[in-house]
Design a protein around this ligand. Structure first.
Ligand code: ADP
Length: 332
């Protein structure tokens, strides 16, 4: 069984875009792969969260990913800082990572633009920490989106470089996990092409969204004055709402409103009301599970503890071997 590693950023709440674009695939992947999912709290220190925020964010994503279907019995779900071997491998890899190549990484250059007052070494060496996360478990596959391709290339470089330096095929060279046809882009409610939490309030629908708020967001979604010609092409904002309906509603409902649009009889008020109700129905089980998990600290503690134990099992083994390879020998 192939080993797959994927990180979860401890920021914000899961929205439908995250669910259909990533988490749903993770849930499926855990049936056929040896999966490690970690909450990337070391990584998040690059933005200097307060201690209280940091813990709250980690807990929140833990709850939401569990509610969305990550199963701690099928995969290893852990908090990155519970596995300090990650930090040691990061250190070892940093010794063979060069300033020039790290400075050329697009996501680093973006961060320099976004937070010019906090260009710390953690940001620069983000790719070595990412590489450590993955090769710590000798993973062969990493599920990454298009925007992460450069980081994957860096992981491959660092793994190869370690192997070459010590003349040993120690780390497998990870490649992209290909979801193939299953990769979808979920549009936002504001007429923009993508649902995302950074695209502004009102654009994203969260899995734990309060039904009242959800209704309000959908009813406020951007539309136009309606179709004027039979079977005309839908403008982007309208097409996006249809795409969302296609995801959350039944086929008959979608067809019904598509026919109304094509006959120029659609009433956007009814259309959006239906979309909102179907979104509420779709998110209902998630809301319930989130509430259940939020009131069950004992269960959360158990999940995290078991995850840390499982992750450390493979991490300790890798680090022990890596230490020997680089030449650390015990005197005592
Ligand atoms: P955000 O910051 O908008 O919540 P992230 O950039 O943290 O999203 O992405 C987390 C994961 O969710 C990634 O795998 C990303 O590809 C996926 N994702 C985010 N938004 C969408 C979307 N609108 N459609 C499909 N996938 C998405």
């Amino acid at each position: 069984m192939e080993t797959v590693v994927s990180g979860i950023r401890p920021t914000g709440n899961l929205h439908l875009g995250n669910y259909f674009g990533a988490v749903k695939n993770f849930v499926k992947m855990q049936e056929s792969h040896n999966c490690y999912f970690f909450i990337a709290d070391y990584h998040s220190l690059t933005t200097h969260p307060t201690p209280a925020d940091l813990h709250g964010n980690v807990r929140n994503v833990l709850v939401e990913y569990l509610a969305a279907g990550l199963d701690p019995e099928k995969s290893t779900l852990y908090v990155q800082s519970d596995v300090p071997e990650t930090a040691e491998l990061y250190l070892l890899l940093n010794m063979n990572a060069y300033l020039g190549e790290l400075q050329r990484v697009t996501s680093f250059k973006d961060k320099v633009r976004q937070q010019p007052d906090n260009v710390n070494a953690g940001l620069l060496t983000y790719p070595t920490l990412m590489a450590a996360d993955v090769i710590l478990h000798k993973a062969t596959k990493v599920p990454v989106g298009k925007d992460q391709e450069q980081n994957l290339e860096m992981m491959r470089t660092f793994a190869r470089r370690f192997n070459n330096m010590y003349n040993k095929e120690f780390f497998p060279i990870p490649s992209a996990f290909n979801f193939g046809e299953q990769l979808v882009k979920v549009p936002g409610l504001d007429g923009s092409g993508k649902m995302g939490k950074s695209e502004g309030e009102g654009n994203a629908i969260y899995l734990g969204e309060d039904p009242k708020k959800l209704r309000k967001k959908v009813m406020r979604a951007k539309t136009d004055s309606g179709p004027t010609e039979m079977n005309q092409e839908k403008p982007e904002a309208i097409n996006n709402l249809f795409k969302l309906m296609n995801i959350v509603s039944g086929e008959d409902t979608f067809q019904h409103f598509d026919d109304l649009y094509n006959n120029c009889q659609i009433r956007y008020g009814d259309f959006k009301k239906q979309l909102a109700e179907d979104m509420i129905t779709f998110t209902e089980p998630f809301r319930e599970r989130i509430a259940d998990l939020n009131s069950n600290d004992e269960y959360l503690a158990k999940v995290v503890k078991i995850g840390a134990e499982k992750a450390r099992e493979s991490a300790v083994k890798t680090i022990k071997e890596a230490r020997e390879i680089v030449g650390f020998r015990k005197f005592y």
